[in-house]
Ligand binder design. Structure first.
Ligand code: C2E
Ligand code: MG
Ligand code: MG
Ligand code: MG
Length: 284
């Protein structure tokens, strides 16, 4: 009996794997047409100065509205797009769209754009960014490129060259998801980052978990030592923000300050002065 159950389980997994592979192929196929069919959209999430509470910029986050499936998470479709190279076309669209949008905002507001490993290793990325900046008229210092450590490891020398060339255009580079890679410290030394983004998994319950608090404090110390501003991702509660204020974290981003939303919902920031999203200093 056990044997037949075992076989049944095996068959079940085999069938399930078949479904997953088929699913992936279907999504991969649909992804190739998603930009042309107008199914891609950018939402924006405010990034705030912890000390003053001011909005200093927005991260552009990609959303795919599939005609039959509805919204597909970037956590699902970005890896598929990366494997199939569709990411190059999609990434180009993201860059053009985000810079075009940001060029309409008041001067100091910046836009942060996620750039994948495949893009970093593309020989066309630097030329593309240069062209998009010229065409949109966005001042280079208002563009921040977010890269994860995993985007750098497959060919570190090539990645280093690309990051240097991007910086030569005048834009800034942020290390995304800091703490989740496996050689964070040497990457900080080897690559010309302008900002560290602490992954949300370290920010969650930083106010109540002593180990998490110790890790975040040490990343803040690292940032101070290296002269790099630190942004805390995934801030959801007043208590988490309170900790970041007390520890003099520079910037924060998360549902507490604003969920990723169509840019129209942030019109008070992008079509006027830059009001405080919340008076962070009062919370300290
Ligand atoms: P990421 O760049 O680290 O973006 C942060 C993610 O955390 C976003 O998920 C955001 O919606 C979510 N988030 C923000 N605040 C909170 C919070 O307070 N609590 C929680 N639980 N989550 C929060 P999203 O939009 O689903 O994107 C997931 C990942 O997909 C991104 O991680 C990024 O790696 C990738 N991605 C998104 N857009 C693009 C894109 O245009 N190009 C590339 N290459 N990757 C992208
Ligand atoms: Mg990011
Ligand atoms: Mg992140
Ligand atoms: Mg991430």
């Amino acid at each position: 009996r056990a044997k037949s159950e075992g076989r049944g389980t095996y068959r079940f997994f085999e069938a399930k794997m078949g479904v997953e592979v088929r699913e992936r192929r279907l999504l991969e196929h649909d992804l190739r047409h998603a930009v042309a069919r107008g199914e891609m959209q950018l939402v924006y999430q405010p990034q705030t100065d912890v000390g003053t509470g001011e909005v200093i910029g927005f991260e552009a986050l990609l959303r795919w509205k599939h005609p039959e499936r509805g919204y597909v998470s970037p956590a699902v479709f970005i890896p598929i797009a990366e494997e199939s190279d569709a990411i190059l076309q999609i990434g180009e669209w993201v860059l053009r769209e985000a810079c075009r949008e940001a060029a309409t905002w008041p001067q100091p507001l910046a836009v942060a754009v996620n750039v994948s490993a495949v893009q970093i290793h593309s020989p066309h990325l630097v030329g593309l960014v240069h062209e998009v900046l010229l065409k949109t008229g966005l001042a280079p210092y208002r563009l921040e490129v977010e890269v994860t450590e995993t985007a750098l490891i497959s060919d570190p020398n090539r990645a280093l060259l690309t990051l240097r060339q991007l910086k030569a255009l005048g834009l800034r580079i942020a290390m995304d998801d800091f703490g989740t890679g496996y050689s964070s410290l040497s990457n900080l030394r080897s690559f010309p980052f302008d900002k560290i983004k602490i992954d949300g998994s370290f920010v969650r319950s930083v106010d109540s978990n002593e180990q998490t608090a110790a890790i975040v404090r040490s990343v803040l110390g690292l940032g101070r030592g290296l002269g790099l501003p630190v942004l805390a991702e995934g801030v959801e509660t007043e208590a988490e923000l309170g900790f970041l204020v007390a520890e003099r974290c520079h910037e924060a981003q998360g549902y507490l300050m604003g969920r990723p939303s169509p840019i129209g919902e942030f019109a008070q920031y992008t079509h006027g002065t830059i009001p405080l999203i919340a008076d962070a200093r009062k919370r300290a």
